[in-house]
Design a protein around this ligand. Structure first.
Ligand SMILES: Cc1cc2nc3c(=O)[nH]c(=O)nc-3n(C[C@H](O)[C@H](O)[C@H](O)COP(=O)(O)O)c2cc1C
Length: 404
């Protein structure tokens, strides 16, 4: 019998070995407490995932500034004050030879009204589209503030390393701050952080360099980027490829590919078939750094083919691992072939359309909560179940769009 390529280890250029090709990409768990600290539920959740066989677990986005949060229940890391709790989280997530990387993020203007009276962004350009009502218009960051954000990413990476996380991922996708800097639509600055692509990627390059300097050469540092923003004046595919090339030259250890933002949430599609695989194949032609494609993998054959054809090195499975936390173990034991994500409905078309994004995200967060509390995941097509969960945990704030 031929060896399943999904179980072939992968060694990164810095010598770190991932035991297999499965990645649990960031999913905002919303399990931080009121002081933005990791809770026991969060620790339990990561123990379950680590025991479930995934080689690399990337945490839900951890914010680097408590004044700039994207979602209720974010964990924030600004200094060593919560080191003990972070250590407990890291210990659970690294059981079973699992790599555990902390995703570091700043939401920029995608910080809802409930959390930011005046969010910050590269330029004072408000969000557009159906979700815009939930966000206050941003103000432009000063250069000093940009430099403070760079330092914050590096400091948080240092804390992650001290706590026992085995790597970090810089979130430059899904319309958050670093994606905003990359996008000519969101970034209309006239200083060294805006204009040419070189200038628009400056903050990302500075963050990467500062993080690298803090954690050293042997500690994995990855980044997540959109293949495109899917709007003509946003980050284009060709821009994204150039950013990747630059980051590869600088020594980044892993490139995770995704797409979309709050204005155009491509990453929330419920379709089958890897969404960004053609783009990933292009990336692989220009750089040698391992690539992880996230979005749309639903069948074992699809995953095997993508690795076999060298379209991607790693397979990111977000929602599938929220429903089946031991999916890699199940594949190994011949118990998994494919899954279909539920199409949830309230029974009222208009409500489904208005609340679609909330229903989808709450469904997976309810699943994470059940895993964390040792209960089997509840699979249903009834959208009132996740809506009930969202109301119970968030009250009326549930109507604020978030979690990308
Ligand atoms: C509940 C939920 C929360 C998410 N939070 C994050 C996040 O914090 N950071 C991030 O980069 N992506 C986040 N995502 C996006 C996923 O990482 C992934 O890109 C997307 O779900 C597509 O992959 P899939 O088709 O395998 O689910 C989230 C997705 C879900 C469902």
């Amino acid at each position: 019998m031929s060896v399943n390529p999904l179980f072939t280890p992968l060694t990164l250029q810095n010598g770190t070995t991932l035991k297999n090709r499965f990645v649990k990409p960031a999913m905002s768990e919303e399990m931080g407490d009121k002081r933005f600290r990791p809770t026991k539920d969060l620790v339990n959740l990561y123990r379950q995932w680590a025991q479930g066989g995934t080689g690399l677990l990337i945490t839900g986005n951890v914010m680097v500034d408590s004044r700039a949060r994207g979602e209720m229940g974010n964990v924030v890391v600004e200094d060593d004050r919560d080191l003990d709790r972070l250590r407990a989280w890291a210990a659970a997530g690294t059981e079973n030879q699992t790599q555990l990387w902390m995703q570091l993020n700043h939401p920029g203007k995608q910080s809802p009204k409930t959390m930011s009276v005046e969010p910050v962004a590269p330029s004072a350009i408000p969000l557009e589209g159906d979700n815009a009502f939930a966000f206050n218009p941003p103000r432009a960051l000063t250069v000093l503030e940009i430099q403070d954000i760079v330092t914050r990413f590096a400091r948080a990476a240092g804390v992650a390393k001290r706590a026992g996380f085995t790597g970090v991922e810089i979130h430059a996708a899904h319309g958050y701050l670093l994606n905003q800097f990359l996008s000519p639509h969101d970034n209309q600055r006239h200083d060294e952080y805006g204009g040419s692509l070189e200038n628009r990627m400056r903050i990302l390059v500075e963050i990467y360099s500062a993080v690298r300097q803090t954690v050293g050469a042997a500690f994995p540092v990855g980044f997540k980027i959109n293949s495109s923003d899917f709007r003509p004046d946003g980050l284009t595919e060709s821009d994204s490829l150039q950013v990747i090339q630059r980051m590869a030259e600088l020594g980044v250890d892993l490139i995770e590919i995704s797409g979309g933002n709050y204005e155009n949430p491509r990453m929330q599609s419920t379709g089958n078939g890897a969404f960004f695989i053609d783009y990933a194949a292009k990336v692989k032609r220009i750089v040698n750094v391992p690539v992880c494609v996230t979005g749309g993998f639903r069948s074992m054959t699809g995953m095997v083919e993508a690795v076999d054809r060298n379209q991607t090195n790693l397979i990111g499975l977000a929602r599938p691992l929220a429903l089946i936390p031991d999916l890699p173990n199940q594949i190994q034991q011949g118990q998994f072939d494919h899954l279909q994500l539920e199409h949830l409905t309230t029974g009222v078309k208009l409500l489904d359309k208005k609340l679609g994004s909330l229903i989808g995200l709450s469904y997976y967060q309810a699943a994470l909560h059940r895993i964390a509390t040792g209960r089997p995941v509840k699979r249903t097509k009834n959208a009132w179940y996740p809506l009930g969960y969202a109301f119970k945990t968030q009250g009326l704030a549930m109507f604020m769009p978030d979690r990308a």
